[in-house]
Ligand binder design. Structure first.
Ligand SMILES: Cc1cc2nc3c(=O)[nH]c(=O)nc-3n(C[C@H](O)[C@H](O)[C@H](O)COP(=O)(O)OP(=O)(O)OC[C@H]3O[C@@H](n4cnc5c(N)ncnc54)[C@H](O)[C@@H]3O)c2cc1C
Length: 514
């Protein structure tokens, strides 16, 4: 049994920020629980090696439920299970989205409200340019400009659209995760305890208050007591899962799953949105792609000088575009990787080539996380319900993306490297062929949000200060509270959420003690 002011569950992107920020006050005792191990693997450090972490001991290695919109496929759904969480296994892209995204977050979360939190994070978690960008990525940007997409020097600055090079979370050619930026410098503090290999199984609830967390460790089951708050930072899958296991959710569904309902909150796990991606895969000649990056000379180059193709984050270029001129902000992202990203990244590239992926920025399809079993060690059901929106909006945007990607691939200076379109393949020209390709090949871009949505309607789980509705001593602070997908990627927005939460929590603290 241990006793702390704050018990934080999950040392991922959000948990690392909160543990570091809250423990800045030496009078507060903070405990950070993480199911996975320390982030010591070499593949975490080597940027281009991130897909080697898939299905490894630092990945939860989830699969979605069978997806009706994707030919019944169970989509590979990686999530970091390690200190740093998904920021230790991600593709390091630092793209926060469009300023207008904040409108849907409601009071307290406008752009003017969140901008200071972004600014604070930049001092700790800076973004960098790739040191050794692949020449094909330059050719992609020039070809995109040639088809009429505006060149953009900084994809994070207004207007939030156009084509450019992707900024990355790296320092001197190696991954710089949120754990590197925030947690590592705080580890020496005597008021911060970090326990790895600690799988939280249930919240301890006394009446309407969360007072601790029960977790499984190598030496058995332990309880951690929180005298002020329990803060869930277990991510868009882990946080709703733990709430449901603790009897917090839709009572009838909990009872049906074999869990005693404790607190009615029907939105827990609902509202899941994710970025769906679909690539055209193109074989090339005349360029050294990342197909040959994995070699002894390149490993030595990386080890000795932190240079060479192993410093690549793979997805090196991006374009944010509006598929219709009447839209106020981009609805499509094109991501360029100078390598064939095959079989959801689970297979090594078979030959030289590039991937130009269309990403659906604002999906209408909505899914959920639900219990598969009352056993806390069993994975929950992850059901994003990709491409199931009744109007067909989502497929239409991705089809526009495939057509635009093909135009760029056929335009100089990129076109000169192209030998053959491998997928969907030159024979796939009609809409039916392209829709078949969408259903057979689309994959996640790994950005689930919304499963503990912030706001005040019946399906919201936390209020504007990220406190769980109707319970004391309990907050959720991670990607699960993000109500709408950013027109960007989710890591930096999650860091922003945690920076802002730290501010809200310490301000509430000083109100109580003052
Ligand atoms: C392969 C991949 C590539 C990505 N690429 C990018 C990218 O390039 N750019 C970008 O912006 N975003 C990217 N993302 C998404 C981004 O990394 C996430 O949105 C972000 O890390 C989410 O942060 P989080 O704190 O919500 O969750 P996480 O960082 O996933 O942290 C949750 C933590 O909680 C722990 N946990 C869960 N359940 C329990 C439990 N019961 N007990 C104890 N601990 C628990 C987990 O092990 C994990 O460490 C990528 C994600 C993946 C998986």
């Amino acid at each position: 049994m241990s006793d702390h002011d704050y018990v934080i569950v999950g040392a991922g992107s959000a948990g690392c920020v909160l543990a570091a920020r809250l423990s800045e006050d030496p009078s507060l005792r903070v405990l950070l629980l993480e199911a996975g191990p320390r982030d010591r693997k070499l593949e975490i450090r080597i940027p281009a090696a991130f897909s080697k972490l898939y299905d490894s001991d630092v990945d939860w290695g989830f699969r979605t439920a069978s997806q009706a919109g994707l030919d019944g496929r169970e989509v590979f759904f990686p999530r970091g299970r390690v200190v740093g969480g998904s920021s230790s296994i991600n593709a390091m892209m630092v793209l926060r989205g469009h300023r207008s995204d904040q409108v849907a977050w409601g009071p307290g979360w406008s752009w003017d409200d969140v901008e200071p939190a972004y600014a604070r994070s930049e001092a700790v978690f800076p973004r960098a340019e790739l040191g050794d960008r692949n020449p094909l990525t330059d050719a992609f940007v020039e070809a995109a400009v040639a088809v009429g997409i505006e060149r953009c020097a900084d994809l994070n600055a207004p207007p939030g659209e156009g084509v450019g090079f992707v900024p990355v979370s790296q320092r001197r050619g190696r991954r710089f995760s949120v754990a590197d930026g925030y947690l590592r410098p705080a580890l020496g503090r005597s008021n911060l305890d970090v326990v790895t290999g600690a799988h939280a199984e249930e919240l301890v609830l006394e009446n309407d208050r969360a007072t601790g967390v029960s977790y499984r460790h190598a030496d058995g089951r332990r309880d951690a007591i929180a005298t002020r708050e329990v803060i869930l930072c277990a991510g868009a899958v882990g946080s709703p899962h733990l709430l449901l296991l603790s009897g917090i959710g839709a009572g009838s569904e909990l009872a049906a799953a074999g869990i005693r309902p404790r607190h009615e909150l029907p939105g827990v796990g609902k509202g899941l949105r994710d970025h769906l991606a679909n690539g055209i895969l193109v074989a090339t000649a005349g360029a050294e792609t990342l197909h040959t990056a994995e070699s002894i000379p390149n490993l030595l180059r990386w080890l000795l000088r932190r240079r060479g193709p192993l410093t690549s984050n793979v997805a090196e270029g991006a374009a944010f575009v509006r598929t219709r001129a009447t839209l106020a902000a981009p609805d499509l992202e094109l991501l360029f990787a100078p390598v064939l990203f095959e079989e959801e990244g689970l297979a090594p590239p078979s030959q030289h080539g590039f991937t130009l992926a269309s990403v659906l920025l604002q999906p209408a399809s909505e899914g959920e996380i639900r219990l598969a079993s009352p056993d806390p060690t069993a994975a929950p059901v992850i059901d994003p319900r990709y491409l199931t929106d009744p109007t067909g909006h989502d497929a239409a945007v991705l089809l526009d993306g495939i057509r635009l990607a093909r135009r760029i691939a056929a335009t100089e200076p990129l076109a000169r490297f192209v030998t053959q379109e491998l997928l969907p393949g030159a024979a796939a020209v009609g809409e039916a062929d392209l829709v078949r390709h969408l259903r057979e090949r689309s994959q996640t871009l790994y950005h689930p949000v919304g499963t503990c949505r912030l706001g005040s309607d019946e399906y919201c789980v936390v209020d504007a200060e990220l406190r769980v509705h109707g319970l004391d001593g309990l907050r959720v602070v991670d990607a699960s509270v993000i109500p709408v997908l950013p027109r960007g990627h989710t890591n930096w927005p999650t860091v922003m959420v945690a920076e802002r939460a730290a501010d809200l929590i310490t301000r509430a603290d000083s109100r109580h003690s003052g």
